[in-house]
Write a protein that binds this ligand. Sequence first.
Ligand code: PLP
Length: 454
Amino acid sequence: TRPNSAEARDIRYHMHAYTNARKHQETGPLVIEKGDGVYVEDTAGNRYIEAMAGLWSVAVGFSEKRLVNAATKQMSKLPFYHDFGSKAHAPLIDLAEKLVQMAPVPMSKAYFTNSGSEANDTAIKMIWYRSNALGEHARKKIISRTRGYHGVTIASASLTGLPNNHLSFDLPIANILHTSTPHHWRDAQPGESEEQFSTRLAADLENLILAEGPETIAAFIGEPIMGAGGVIVPPAGYWEKIQTVLSKYGILLVADEVICGFGRTGEMFGSQTFNIKPDIIVLSKQISSSYLPISALLINDSVFEPIADESDRIGTFGHGFTGGGHPVAAAVALENIKLIEERDLVGNARKVGAHLQAKLRRLASHPLVGEVRGVGLIAAVELVADKASKAPWGKPAALGTLVNGFLQQNGVISRNMGDAIAFCPPLIITEAQIDTLVDAFERSLDAALPQVHP
Ligand code: PLP
């Protein structure tokens, strides 16, 4: 590369998120220049289907002019305001009303932040604040799951149950516990049905609660479908059995809908797909198609009312972000939700999602495919070197990385979570585009095969 190329300057000046910083000094970046529908294009003019919708987030595609117009209009009228100290602005009031009205269970209030991590961090603070308000000062522990993903701030990274987010960061912090991943294909005992596996995981959860002391457990948090942990779809009966345990001990439930929310599963919310009845819902990503950063918490009265009492006792709810509920981001989110509704993108996720799931499942007999899983427009294909033992090819993630590299050469940007290749395309994707995507994936599997089984 030329010394002043974008690639060279990236290596010189830019430390990347979620990247091997040393290796990047040799490999350099893939520089994306523009977007068009489900496609993005790099600086060399190569076009890719963005099969991850960016970071599970661009519902309406990469060139939606109505979001651009919503942003410029709001930018000209009121480019910044906030909601500290009872101030408000129209886009945020409209968005709060819209979110509370569309919530899958009765919710009382919306609270705004900038990112999924901040929203989950805020959820923890609200939960602790509420326990204090109720005089339950010992009730501070929060149960998350191994392989769950809830963000990267010190508290939300603690909720996250992936080693990568804890190692060398001295995490998790105290009061955050992890229970098992609901990964039937990988973790079930021989002959154990999905229902039996779910029963066992609910019993594990109850045992953890009893061992810690039920009076110390404040909340449980989970994604309806685990995303970054490898697109893990809960087995039959899982959410019902988990919620039975939580209700028994009066433990709050937080649904992290940051990936599932706004149509991904073929319903507006993942909580509807799995009949989850949360007390707090965390939203981000597809709320604005990530054109601008914004996130939100929806809380019910059992959360809001004690918080209101406590803030009155102390004098203020001492928490808020300068950019939280930014008017331009809020205006974009409103227009984005309008588009999702107008164009029935939830219906599209259900319809073309069924096509994606069926096409991927046809690859189940491929020698490198261990499991195909997913719902609606979120899916993963877990790769193995040996189907019977489910063993990886050499080190975990080696095969995932190899196939993901071929996919990119074949015009598809995806992501491998270990050896699971994820697919989470924009909700506007068509069946024809899905065919192109899955064909490219099949060619990538075939390209990897001779290396795995020479
Ligand atoms: N929660 C879930 C389920 C996520 O997938 C993510 C990000 O991928 C987050 C929270 C964190 O969001 P952010 O990256 O905006 O902080």
